[in-house]
Design a protein around this ligand. Structure first.
Ligand code: NDP
Length: 477
Protein backbone atom coordinates (compact mmCIF):
# COMPACT_ATOMS: atom_id res chain seq x y z
CA UNK A 1 0.00 0.00 0.00
CA UNK A 2 1.28 3.46 -0.87
CA UNK A 3 1.90 5.54 2.22
CA UNK A 4 0.69 8.98 1.17
CA UNK A 5 1.74 11.99 3.08
CA UNK A 6 -0.40 15.07 2.80
CA UNK A 7 0.65 18.63 3.39
CA UNK A 8 -1.90 20.37 5.63
CA UNK A 9 -4.54 22.29 3.65
CA UNK A 10 -6.42 24.24 6.29
CA UNK A 11 -9.38 26.45 5.43
CA UNK A 12 -9.16 29.80 7.21
CA UNK A 13 -11.28 30.10 10.35
CA UNK A 14 -11.53 33.83 9.64
CA UNK A 15 -13.97 33.06 6.81
CA UNK A 16 -16.63 32.27 9.42
CA UNK A 17 -16.87 35.96 10.40
CA UNK A 18 -17.35 34.81 14.00
CA UNK A 19 -18.94 37.41 16.26
CA UNK A 20 -18.09 37.40 19.97
CA UNK A 21 -21.80 37.25 20.87
CA UNK A 22 -25.00 35.99 19.24
CA UNK A 23 -28.60 36.64 20.30
CA UNK A 24 -32.07 35.14 19.81
CA UNK A 25 -34.00 36.32 16.72
CA UNK A 26 -37.58 37.31 17.51
CA UNK A 27 -40.09 39.26 15.40
CA UNK A 28 -37.50 40.32 12.83
CA UNK A 29 -34.77 41.50 15.22
CA UNK A 30 -31.94 40.11 17.33
CA UNK A 31 -32.97 40.61 20.96
CA UNK A 32 -31.52 40.11 24.42
CA UNK A 33 -32.83 36.74 25.55
CA UNK A 34 -34.07 36.36 29.11
CA UNK A 35 -32.24 33.04 29.59
CA UNK A 36 -28.71 32.52 30.86
CA UNK A 37 -26.11 32.97 28.10
CA UNK A 38 -24.33 29.82 26.94
CA UNK A 39 -20.85 29.40 25.52
CA UNK A 40 -20.58 27.43 22.31
CA UNK A 41 -17.27 25.60 21.88
CA UNK A 42 -15.23 24.25 18.99
CA UNK A 43 -15.14 20.49 19.72
CA UNK A 44 -11.84 20.14 17.83
CA UNK A 45 -10.07 22.36 20.35
CA UNK A 46 -12.59 22.76 23.20
CA UNK A 47 -12.04 26.53 22.92
CA UNK A 48 -14.99 28.87 23.31
CA UNK A 49 -16.16 30.24 19.95
CA UNK A 50 -18.80 32.71 21.10
CA UNK A 51 -21.29 33.56 23.81
CA UNK A 52 -24.90 32.96 22.83
CA UNK A 53 -27.90 34.56 24.51
CA UNK A 54 -30.69 32.07 25.20
CA UNK A 55 -34.46 32.34 25.37
CA UNK A 56 -36.61 32.42 28.48
CA UNK A 57 -40.19 31.16 28.68
CA UNK A 58 -41.34 34.75 28.06
CA UNK A 59 -39.21 34.86 24.89
CA UNK A 60 -40.94 31.68 23.73
CA UNK A 61 -44.32 33.43 24.30
CA UNK A 62 -43.14 36.50 22.39
CA UNK A 63 -41.79 34.45 19.48
CA UNK A 64 -44.97 32.37 19.18
CA UNK A 65 -47.12 35.54 19.32
CA UNK A 66 -44.97 37.19 16.63
CA UNK A 67 -45.20 34.08 14.47
CA UNK A 68 -49.00 34.02 14.90
CA UNK A 69 -49.37 37.67 13.94
CA UNK A 70 -47.08 37.27 10.92
CA UNK A 71 -48.95 34.14 9.81
CA UNK A 72 -52.45 35.59 9.98
CA UNK A 73 -51.67 39.11 8.79
CA UNK A 74 -48.82 38.78 6.29
CA UNK A 75 -47.42 35.40 5.37
CA UNK A 76 -50.60 33.29 5.25
CA UNK A 77 -52.54 35.72 2.98
CA UNK A 78 -49.50 36.42 0.75
CA UNK A 79 -49.80 34.87 -2.74
CA UNK A 80 -47.57 31.80 -3.17
CA UNK A 81 -45.62 33.49 -5.97
CA UNK A 82 -44.61 36.26 -3.53
CA UNK A 83 -43.62 33.78 -0.81
CA UNK A 84 -41.53 32.01 -3.46
CA UNK A 85 -39.55 35.19 -4.15
CA UNK A 86 -38.52 35.41 -0.50
CA UNK A 87 -37.47 31.76 -0.43
CA UNK A 88 -35.54 32.05 -3.70
CA UNK A 89 -33.73 35.09 -2.26
CA UNK A 90 -32.82 33.20 0.94
CA UNK A 91 -31.64 30.21 -1.14
CA UNK A 92 -29.44 32.47 -3.27
CA UNK A 93 -27.88 34.21 -0.27
CA UNK A 94 -27.17 30.84 1.40
CA UNK A 95 -25.39 29.80 -1.82
CA UNK A 96 -23.51 33.11 -1.98
CA UNK A 97 -22.41 32.84 1.66
CA UNK A 98 -21.69 29.11 1.35
CA UNK A 99 -18.03 29.31 2.28
CA UNK A 100 -18.70 31.36 5.40
CA UNK A 101 -21.53 29.03 6.47
CA UNK A 102 -19.42 25.93 5.85
CA UNK A 103 -16.53 27.19 7.97
CA UNK A 104 -18.89 28.32 10.74
CA UNK A 105 -20.63 24.92 10.74
CA UNK A 106 -17.31 23.09 10.91
CA UNK A 107 -16.10 25.28 13.79
CA UNK A 108 -19.29 24.84 15.83
CA UNK A 109 -19.98 21.18 15.03
CA UNK A 110 -16.57 19.56 14.42
CA UNK A 111 -17.49 18.02 11.05
CA UNK A 112 -14.85 18.00 8.28
CA UNK A 113 -14.87 21.08 6.07
CA UNK A 114 -15.16 18.93 2.96
CA UNK A 115 -18.53 17.66 4.27
CA UNK A 116 -19.94 21.03 5.36
CA UNK A 117 -18.67 22.53 2.08
CA UNK A 118 -19.83 19.72 -0.26
CA UNK A 119 -22.88 18.33 1.55
CA UNK A 120 -24.45 20.40 4.34
CA UNK A 121 -24.49 23.85 2.77
CA UNK A 122 -25.23 22.92 -0.88
CA UNK A 123 -27.97 20.52 0.23
CA UNK A 124 -29.48 23.25 2.45
CA UNK A 125 -29.48 25.67 -0.46
CA UNK A 126 -30.99 22.98 -2.75
CA UNK A 127 -33.82 22.38 -0.25
CA UNK A 128 -34.59 26.10 -0.19
CA UNK A 129 -34.63 26.30 -4.01
CA UNK A 130 -36.79 23.17 -4.24
CA UNK A 131 -39.41 24.45 -1.81
CA UNK A 132 -39.36 27.95 -3.25
CA UNK A 133 -40.49 26.27 -6.46
CA UNK A 134 -43.44 24.66 -4.68
CA UNK A 135 -44.78 27.84 -3.03
CA UNK A 136 -46.96 28.86 -6.00
CA UNK A 137 -47.89 25.33 -7.11
CA UNK A 138 -49.33 23.82 -3.96
CA UNK A 139 -52.73 23.19 -5.55
CA UNK A 140 -50.95 20.87 -7.99
CA UNK A 141 -49.25 18.81 -5.26
CA UNK A 142 -52.02 16.23 -5.20
CA UNK A 143 -53.02 17.26 -1.70
CA UNK A 144 -56.43 18.76 -2.48
CA UNK A 145 -57.61 21.65 -4.65
CA UNK A 146 -57.02 24.33 -2.04
CA UNK A 147 -54.41 23.23 0.49
CA UNK A 148 -54.14 25.58 3.49
CA UNK A 149 -51.20 26.24 5.83
CA UNK A 150 -51.43 24.80 9.34
CA UNK A 151 -50.41 28.05 11.07
CA UNK A 152 -47.47 28.32 13.48
CA UNK A 153 -44.82 25.58 13.49
CA UNK A 154 -42.49 24.87 16.43
CA UNK A 155 -39.30 23.19 15.15
CA UNK A 156 -36.70 21.55 17.40
CA UNK A 157 -33.51 20.25 15.78
CA UNK A 158 -30.33 18.36 16.78
CA UNK A 159 -26.63 19.16 16.49
CA UNK A 160 -25.53 16.73 13.80
CA UNK A 161 -26.59 18.79 10.73
CA UNK A 162 -27.42 22.17 12.30
CA UNK A 163 -28.03 24.27 9.17
CA UNK A 164 -29.45 21.45 7.08
CA UNK A 165 -31.96 20.35 9.72
CA UNK A 166 -33.06 23.96 10.22
CA UNK A 167 -33.69 24.27 6.47
CA UNK A 168 -35.41 20.85 6.23
CA UNK A 169 -38.06 22.28 8.56
CA UNK A 170 -38.13 25.97 7.62
CA UNK A 171 -38.23 25.58 3.80
CA UNK A 172 -41.38 23.42 3.50
CA UNK A 173 -43.10 25.21 6.39
CA UNK A 174 -42.62 28.66 4.83
CA UNK A 175 -43.36 27.50 1.29
CA UNK A 176 -46.74 26.25 2.53
CA UNK A 177 -47.58 29.56 4.23
CA UNK A 178 -46.74 28.66 7.83
CA UNK A 179 -44.50 30.65 10.15
CA UNK A 180 -41.78 29.09 12.32
CA UNK A 181 -40.24 29.25 15.77
CA UNK A 182 -37.00 27.23 15.66
CA UNK A 183 -34.98 25.89 18.62
CA UNK A 184 -31.48 24.85 17.48
CA UNK A 185 -29.37 22.44 19.55
CA UNK A 186 -27.54 23.86 22.56
CA UNK A 187 -24.11 22.89 21.22
CA UNK A 188 -24.59 24.17 17.63
CA UNK A 189 -26.69 27.36 17.52
CA UNK A 190 -24.54 29.51 15.23
CA UNK A 191 -25.55 28.67 11.64
CA UNK A 192 -29.27 28.86 12.48
CA UNK A 193 -28.68 32.40 13.77
CA UNK A 194 -26.80 33.35 10.61
CA UNK A 195 -29.72 31.88 8.65
CA UNK A 196 -32.00 34.28 10.57
CA UNK A 197 -29.69 37.14 9.56
CA UNK A 198 -29.90 35.95 5.94
CA UNK A 199 -33.71 35.82 6.15
CA UNK A 200 -33.75 39.42 7.38
CA UNK A 201 -31.32 40.42 4.60
CA UNK A 202 -33.69 38.77 2.10
CA UNK A 203 -36.54 40.92 3.39
CA UNK A 204 -38.53 38.14 5.05
CA UNK A 205 -41.33 39.87 6.98
CA UNK A 206 -40.84 40.16 10.76
CA UNK A 207 -42.12 37.19 12.75
CA UNK A 208 -42.15 34.69 9.87
CA UNK A 209 -38.97 33.05 11.21
CA UNK A 210 -37.88 33.20 14.85
CA UNK A 211 -34.80 31.43 16.26
CA UNK A 212 -34.51 30.71 19.98
CA UNK A 213 -31.17 29.29 21.15
CA UNK A 214 -31.10 27.42 24.43
CA UNK A 215 -30.97 24.01 26.06
CA UNK A 216 -33.59 21.27 26.21
CA UNK A 217 -35.79 23.32 28.56
CA UNK A 218 -36.33 25.91 25.80
CA UNK A 219 -37.29 23.09 23.44
CA UNK A 220 -39.69 21.71 26.05
CA UNK A 221 -41.28 25.15 26.63
CA UNK A 222 -41.70 25.58 22.89
CA UNK A 223 -43.29 22.20 22.14
CA UNK A 224 -45.84 22.49 24.95
CA UNK A 225 -46.84 26.04 23.92
CA UNK A 226 -50.60 26.17 23.22
CA UNK A 227 -50.03 28.76 20.47
CA UNK A 228 -48.50 26.20 18.09
CA UNK A 229 -50.40 24.32 15.39
CA UNK A 230 -47.65 21.85 14.65
CA UNK A 231 -44.37 20.53 16.05
CA UNK A 232 -41.57 19.19 13.85
CA UNK A 233 -38.82 17.42 15.78
CA UNK A 234 -35.56 15.71 14.85
CA UNK A 235 -33.49 14.14 17.61
CA UNK A 236 -33.40 11.19 19.97
CA UNK A 237 -36.22 8.65 20.25
CA UNK A 238 -36.38 9.31 24.00
CA UNK A 239 -37.13 13.05 23.60
CA UNK A 240 -39.40 12.30 20.62
CA UNK A 241 -41.55 10.05 22.82
CA UNK A 242 -41.72 12.75 25.48
CA UNK A 243 -42.91 15.28 22.88
CA UNK A 244 -45.51 12.83 21.60
CA UNK A 245 -46.83 12.44 25.15
CA UNK A 246 -46.94 16.25 25.55
CA UNK A 247 -48.91 16.71 22.33
CA UNK A 248 -51.27 13.75 22.78
CA UNK A 249 -54.89 14.94 22.81
CA UNK A 250 -54.06 18.57 21.96
CA UNK A 251 -55.03 18.25 18.28
CA UNK A 252 -51.68 19.77 17.29
CA UNK A 253 -49.94 18.07 14.37
CA UNK A 254 -46.59 16.34 14.91
CA UNK A 255 -43.79 14.87 12.81
CA UNK A 256 -40.89 13.02 14.44
CA UNK A 257 -37.59 12.11 12.81
CA UNK A 258 -35.75 10.02 15.39
CA UNK A 259 -32.93 7.54 15.72
CA UNK A 260 -31.91 4.55 13.65
CA UNK A 261 -29.76 1.42 13.56
CA UNK A 262 -29.58 0.84 9.84
CA UNK A 263 -28.44 -2.41 8.27
CA UNK A 264 -26.07 -2.20 5.32
CA UNK A 265 -26.41 -5.62 3.62
CA UNK A 266 -23.53 -6.88 1.47
CA UNK A 267 -24.31 -9.97 -0.62
CA UNK A 268 -21.54 -12.23 -1.91
CA UNK A 269 -22.15 -11.10 -5.51
CA UNK A 270 -21.64 -7.40 -4.66
CA UNK A 271 -18.88 -5.39 -6.32
CA UNK A 272 -16.71 -5.48 -3.22
CA UNK A 273 -14.58 -2.38 -3.74
CA UNK A 274 -17.66 -0.21 -4.29
CA UNK A 275 -19.39 -1.85 -1.33
CA UNK A 276 -16.39 -1.04 0.88
CA UNK A 277 -16.66 2.63 -0.12
CA UNK A 278 -20.39 2.61 0.60
CA UNK A 279 -19.99 0.93 3.98
CA UNK A 280 -17.23 3.38 4.96
CA UNK A 281 -19.32 6.36 3.86
CA UNK A 282 -22.36 4.84 5.58
CA UNK A 283 -20.78 4.82 9.03
CA UNK A 284 -17.91 7.33 9.03
CA UNK A 285 -19.64 10.24 7.24
CA UNK A 286 -20.10 13.01 9.83
CA UNK A 287 -18.27 10.88 12.47
CA UNK A 288 -21.26 8.53 12.44
CA UNK A 289 -23.45 11.29 13.93
CA UNK A 290 -26.14 10.43 11.41
CA UNK A 291 -29.61 9.10 12.21
CA UNK A 292 -29.60 7.01 9.01
CA UNK A 293 -25.96 5.80 9.44
CA UNK A 294 -25.30 2.26 8.24
CA UNK A 295 -24.16 1.24 11.71
CA UNK A 296 -24.82 -2.52 11.30
CA UNK A 297 -22.91 -4.21 8.49
CA UNK A 298 -24.59 -7.48 7.51
CA UNK A 299 -22.14 -9.33 5.29
CA UNK A 300 -22.67 -12.73 3.66
CA UNK A 301 -20.64 -15.35 5.53
CA UNK A 302 -18.82 -16.66 2.43
CA UNK A 303 -17.12 -13.30 1.83
CA UNK A 304 -16.99 -12.02 5.42
CA UNK A 305 -13.25 -12.51 6.02
CA UNK A 306 -12.23 -11.05 2.66
CA UNK A 307 -14.61 -8.12 3.06
CA UNK A 308 -13.48 -7.27 6.57
CA UNK A 309 -9.86 -7.29 5.45
CA UNK A 310 -10.67 -4.87 2.61
CA UNK A 311 -12.65 -2.75 5.03
CA UNK A 312 -9.87 -2.50 7.61
CA UNK A 313 -7.35 -1.62 4.91
CA UNK A 314 -9.58 1.18 3.60
CA UNK A 315 -10.53 2.52 7.02
CA UNK A 316 -6.87 2.71 8.04
CA UNK A 317 -6.41 5.35 5.30
CA UNK A 318 -9.09 7.67 6.74
CA UNK A 319 -7.54 10.83 8.07
CA UNK A 320 -8.84 11.88 11.48
CA UNK A 321 -8.06 15.34 12.76
CA UNK A 322 -8.43 19.08 12.23
CA UNK A 323 -11.93 19.51 10.76
CA UNK A 324 -10.82 22.67 8.95
CA UNK A 325 -8.17 20.75 7.01
CA UNK A 326 -9.49 19.90 3.55
CA UNK A 327 -7.74 16.49 3.74
CA UNK A 328 -9.62 15.43 6.87
CA UNK A 329 -12.10 12.56 6.47
CA UNK A 330 -13.26 12.20 10.09
CA UNK A 331 -13.56 15.24 12.34
CA UNK A 332 -14.31 15.85 16.01
CA UNK A 333 -17.06 14.35 18.15
CA UNK A 334 -19.55 17.13 18.80
CA UNK A 335 -19.53 17.21 22.60
CA UNK A 336 -17.93 15.58 25.62
CA UNK A 337 -21.18 13.84 26.71
CA UNK A 338 -21.49 12.36 23.20
CA UNK A 339 -17.85 11.18 23.30
CA UNK A 340 -18.48 9.56 26.70
CA UNK A 341 -21.56 7.83 25.31
CA UNK A 342 -19.54 6.39 22.41
CA UNK A 343 -16.74 5.25 24.77
CA UNK A 344 -19.31 3.54 27.06
CA UNK A 345 -21.11 1.73 24.26
CA UNK A 346 -17.81 0.56 22.73
CA UNK A 347 -16.80 -0.77 26.17
CA UNK A 348 -20.11 -2.66 26.27
CA UNK A 349 -19.10 -4.26 22.95
CA UNK A 350 -15.84 -5.50 24.56
CA UNK A 351 -17.65 -6.72 27.65
CA UNK A 352 -20.22 -8.66 25.63
CA UNK A 353 -17.50 -10.47 23.68
CA UNK A 354 -17.28 -8.72 20.30
CA UNK A 355 -13.79 -8.23 18.79
CA UNK A 356 -12.73 -4.61 18.51
CA UNK A 357 -10.54 -3.34 15.65
CA UNK A 358 -9.34 0.25 15.87
CA UNK A 359 -7.85 2.24 13.03
CA UNK A 360 -4.13 2.89 13.61
CA UNK A 361 -4.62 6.54 12.54
CA UNK A 362 -3.00 9.11 14.80
CA UNK A 363 -5.43 11.27 16.81
CA UNK A 364 -4.89 14.96 17.61
CA UNK A 365 -3.51 15.59 21.07
CA UNK A 366 -6.37 17.86 22.09
CA UNK A 367 -10.04 18.09 21.25
CA UNK A 368 -12.81 15.49 21.21
CA UNK A 369 -11.87 12.60 18.90
CA UNK A 370 -12.66 8.90 18.62
CA UNK A 371 -10.85 6.62 16.15
CA UNK A 372 -12.78 4.74 13.45
CA UNK A 373 -13.68 1.42 15.08
CA UNK A 374 -15.08 -1.89 13.83
CA UNK A 375 -16.52 -4.65 16.02
CA UNK A 376 -16.69 -8.10 14.47
CA UNK A 377 -18.36 -11.23 15.82
CA UNK A 378 -21.33 -9.13 16.87
CA UNK A 379 -24.46 -10.97 18.01
CA UNK A 380 -27.94 -9.54 17.65
CA UNK A 381 -28.45 -9.45 21.42
CA UNK A 382 -25.45 -7.19 22.07
CA UNK A 383 -26.01 -3.52 22.89
CA UNK A 384 -23.76 -2.45 20.01
CA UNK A 385 -26.15 -4.26 17.64
CA UNK A 386 -29.29 -2.75 19.15
CA UNK A 387 -28.53 0.77 20.40
CA UNK A 388 -27.77 3.86 18.37
CA UNK A 389 -24.09 4.63 19.08
CA UNK A 390 -24.11 7.84 17.00
CA UNK A 391 -20.36 7.70 16.52
CA UNK A 392 -17.68 6.20 14.23
CA UNK A 393 -18.30 2.62 15.33
CA UNK A 394 -19.40 -0.17 12.97
CA UNK A 395 -20.88 -3.47 14.18
CA UNK A 396 -20.36 -6.44 11.83
CA UNK A 397 -22.79 -9.36 11.73
CA UNK A 398 -22.93 -12.17 9.17
CA UNK A 399 -25.72 -14.04 7.37
CA UNK A 400 -25.99 -17.06 5.05
CA UNK A 401 -29.24 -16.55 3.08
CA UNK A 402 -31.19 -13.51 1.86
CA UNK A 403 -34.02 -14.45 4.23
CA UNK A 404 -31.61 -14.41 7.17
CA UNK A 405 -30.23 -11.02 6.05
CA UNK A 406 -33.74 -9.57 5.97
CA UNK A 407 -34.70 -11.08 9.32
CA UNK A 408 -31.59 -9.65 10.98
CA UNK A 409 -31.91 -6.26 9.26
CA UNK A 410 -35.50 -5.95 10.50
CA UNK A 411 -34.62 -7.11 14.01
CA UNK A 412 -34.51 -3.60 15.46
CA UNK A 413 -37.07 -1.30 17.03
CA UNK A 414 -36.01 1.35 14.50
CA UNK A 415 -36.88 1.66 10.81
CA UNK A 416 -35.22 4.67 9.25
CA UNK A 417 -32.87 3.47 6.51
CA UNK A 418 -31.05 0.48 5.02
CA UNK A 419 -28.52 -0.33 2.31
CA UNK A 420 -28.21 -3.25 -0.13
CA UNK A 421 -25.11 -4.20 -2.15
CA UNK A 422 -25.55 -6.77 -4.91
CA UNK A 423 -24.82 -7.25 -8.59
CA UNK A 424 -28.40 -8.46 -9.21
CA UNK A 425 -31.20 -5.95 -9.65
CA UNK A 426 -33.89 -8.52 -8.87
CA UNK A 427 -32.21 -9.37 -5.55
CA UNK A 428 -31.94 -5.69 -4.66
CA UNK A 429 -35.64 -5.17 -5.45
CA UNK A 430 -36.72 -8.26 -3.50
CA UNK A 431 -34.63 -7.25 -0.48
CA UNK A 432 -35.84 -3.63 -0.57
CA UNK A 433 -39.45 -4.84 -0.52
CA UNK A 434 -38.80 -6.94 2.59
CA UNK A 435 -36.98 -4.26 4.58
CA UNK A 436 -39.00 -2.22 7.06
CA UNK A 437 -37.17 1.07 6.62
CA UNK A 438 -38.29 4.45 5.32
CA UNK A 439 -35.32 4.85 2.97
CA UNK A 440 -33.54 1.97 1.24
CA UNK A 441 -30.43 2.64 -0.85
CA UNK A 442 -29.20 0.07 -3.37
CA UNK A 443 -25.50 0.08 -4.33
CA UNK A 444 -25.13 3.52 -2.77
CA UNK A 445 -25.65 5.09 0.65
CA UNK A 446 -26.35 8.45 2.29
CA UNK A 447 -27.84 10.06 -0.81
CA UNK A 448 -29.95 13.10 0.07
CA UNK A 449 -32.04 14.99 -2.42
CA UNK A 450 -34.73 17.60 -1.82
CA UNK A 451 -37.09 15.75 -4.17
CA UNK A 452 -36.88 12.48 -2.21
CA UNK A 453 -38.94 12.04 0.95
CA UNK A 454 -37.01 11.03 4.08
CA UNK A 455 -38.42 9.56 7.29
CA UNK A 456 -38.95 6.41 9.28
CA UNK A 457 -41.19 3.79 10.81
CA UNK A 458 -41.68 2.59 14.38
CA UNK A 459 -39.14 4.10 16.83
CA UNK A 460 -37.56 6.12 14.02
CA UNK A 461 -40.64 8.32 14.00
CA UNK A 462 -43.34 9.27 11.51
CA UNK A 463 -43.94 11.83 8.78
CA UNK A 464 -41.77 12.53 5.75
CA UNK A 465 -39.48 15.46 4.97
CA UNK A 466 -38.65 16.47 1.41
CA UNK A 467 -40.31 16.09 -1.95
CA UNK A 468 -43.99 16.42 -2.75
CA UNK A 469 -44.93 14.02 0.04
CA UNK A 470 -43.07 16.16 2.58
CA UNK A 471 -45.44 19.09 1.91
CA UNK A 472 -48.25 17.06 3.44
CA UNK A 473 -46.75 17.61 6.90
CA UNK A 474 -47.26 21.37 6.58
CA UNK A 475 -50.69 21.59 4.92
CA UNK A 476 -54.29 21.06 5.92
CA UNK A 477 -56.11 19.39 3.02
P1 NDP B 1 -31.89 15.23 21.93
O1 NDP B 1 -33.03 14.48 21.37
O2 NDP B 1 -31.83 15.45 23.39
O3 NDP B 1 -31.79 16.67 21.24
C1 NDP B 1 -32.48 17.09 20.07
C2 NDP B 1 -33.06 18.49 20.28
O4 NDP B 1 -34.11 18.46 21.25
C3 NDP B 1 -32.06 19.51 20.82
O5 NDP B 1 -32.35 20.79 20.29
C4 NDP B 1 -32.35 19.46 22.30
O6 NDP B 1 -31.87 20.57 23.00
C5 NDP B 1 -33.85 19.38 22.31
N1 NDP B 1 -34.44 18.85 23.54
C6 NDP B 1 -33.85 18.16 24.56
N2 NDP B 1 -34.77 17.83 25.49
C7 NDP B 1 -35.97 18.30 25.04
C8 NDP B 1 -37.31 18.26 25.55
N3 NDP B 1 -37.59 17.64 26.69
N4 NDP B 1 -38.29 18.83 24.84
C9 NDP B 1 -38.04 19.43 23.65
N5 NDP B 1 -36.80 19.51 23.14
C10 NDP B 1 -35.77 18.95 23.81
O7 NDP B 1 -30.55 14.54 21.44
P2 NDP B 1 -29.10 14.67 22.12
O8 NDP B 1 -28.45 15.82 21.51
O9 NDP B 1 -29.18 14.65 23.60
O10 NDP B 1 -28.41 13.32 21.65
C11 NDP B 1 -28.61 12.11 22.40
C12 NDP B 1 -28.71 10.93 21.48
O11 NDP B 1 -29.82 11.09 20.62
C13 NDP B 1 -27.54 10.75 20.53
O12 NDP B 1 -26.51 10.04 21.12
C14 NDP B 1 -28.17 10.01 19.40
O13 NDP B 1 -28.19 8.63 19.69
C15 NDP B 1 -29.57 10.54 19.36
N6 NDP B 1 -29.74 11.58 18.34
C16 NDP B 1 -30.36 11.27 17.20
C17 NDP B 1 -30.50 12.23 16.22
C18 NDP B 1 -31.16 11.94 14.95
O14 NDP B 1 -30.96 12.66 13.98
N7 NDP B 1 -32.00 10.94 14.88
C19 NDP B 1 -29.96 13.57 16.36
C20 NDP B 1 -29.37 13.83 17.64
C21 NDP B 1 -29.27 12.85 18.56
P3 NDP B 1 -30.35 20.52 23.56
O15 NDP B 1 -29.48 20.48 22.37
O16 NDP B 1 -30.19 21.75 24.28
O17 NDP B 1 -30.26 19.30 24.41
Amino acid sequence: MVDWTYAPAPESAALANLAPTYRPFVDGAFVDGGGEALKTVNPATEEVLAEVGTASTEDVDRAVAAARRAQTEVWGPMPGAERAKHLFRIARIVAERARELAVLETLDNGKPIKESRDVDVPTASAHLFHHAGWADKLEHAGLGADPRPLGVVGAVIPWNFPLLMAVWKIAPALACGNTVVLKPAETTPLTALVLAEIAAEAGLPAGVLNVLPGAGDVGAALVRHPGLDKVAFTGSTEVGKEIQRTLAGTGRRLTLELGGKAANIVYDDAPLDQAVEGVVDGIFFNQGHVCCAGSRLLVQESIADEFEELLHRRIATLRVGDPLDKNTDVGAINSRPQLERIVDLAAAGDAEGAQRWTSPCPLPERGLFFPPTVFSGVEQSMRIAREEIFGPVLSVLTFRTPAEAVAKANNTPYGLSAGIWTDKGSKAMWTAQQLRAGVVWANTFNRFDPTAPFGGYRESGFGREGGRVGLEAYLAG
